[in-house]
Design a protein around this ligand. Structure first.
Ligand code: OMP
Length: 231
């Protein structure tokens, strides 16, 4: 199974198909809000029929009853991973799992992971704008413990917190890490970034990579290079 999840941050079905047609084997992809809001959830069916694994990244964050109902319907799509914001709290995360179990296809629900602090958030922004004191790693660990208590399968965090999360929540608890940059890439809007090599060293279960691959001159060779660093 691939360790690199490619973020399909495109705005049309044609762009997605052209991009995916370059790959000879199925890969792991992430369908997020840009693509879903452009194409609707039909895009999930299209990508699934091409044989790819899917992380459906809609980051649910609402009252427990609404998240439960939303997850029940998302579970029916037969994707591999879905997510919520840990900031929604333990009751909301438990409701997400209940909804996924209710909607599970053939008794198998998607994995559910919780977004801790976005990788675009710096310590300064977390302290001053969000009003959360302390170091990012403390907040991320706290959210990860809540996610585990609620029955989630793992969290989204930066590479810099993955090791600490495995220590606190166990090695079976998934760490999915965006904010991946190759040495010569710009950071763009990301703040807590790291290379694939460092992600491997820190024991990240999956890395999420968008622009470094989708905007590469040769996406397939960049993907292969990144994937080989994670093996
Ligand atoms: O949930 C996510 O996937 C996510 C969480 C997070 O904290 N940071 C983050 O960048 N992401 C997603 O990961 C992808 C990163 O894209 P690039 O910065 O282009 O590699 C985007 O699709 C983001 O939506």
């Amino acid at each position: 199974m691939s360790k690199t999840i490619v973020a399909l941050d495109f705005s049309s079905k044609e762009q997605v198909i052209d991009f995916l047609n370059q790959f000879e084997e199925p890969i792991y992809v992430k369908i997020g809000m840009e693509l879903t809001y452009a194409c609707g959830l039909d895009i999930v069916k299209t990508v699934k029929e091409m044989g790819h694994h899917i992380f459906l990244d809609l980051k649910l964050h609402d009252i427990p009853n609404t998240v439960k109902g939303g997850m029940k319907n998302l579970a029916k799509l037969g994707v591999d991973i879905v997510n919520v914001h840990c900031a929604g709290g333990i009751a909301m995360m438990k409701a997400a799992i209940d909804g996924l179990n209710e909607g599970a296809v053939d008794g198998k629900r998607p994995l559910c992971i919780g977004v801790t602090q976005l990788t675009s958030t710096s310590k300064e922004a977390m302290n001053e704008e969000l009003g959360i004191p302390g170091d990012v790693i403390e907040c991320v660990k706290h959210y990860a413990k809540n996610a585990k208590e609620a029955g989630l399968d793992g969290v989204v965090c930066s590479v810099h917190e993955a090791k600490a999360i495995h220590e606190v929540c166990g090695n079976d608890f998934l760490t999915v890490t965006p904010g991946i940059r190759l040495a010569d890439d710009s950071k763009d809007d990301q703040k807590r970034v790291a290379t694939p090599d460092y992600a491997k060293e820190q024991g990240c279960d999956y890395i999420v990579v968008g622009r470094s691959i989708t905007k590469s001159q040769d996406p397939v060779s960049t993907y292969n290079e990144i994937e080989s660093m994670m093996k």
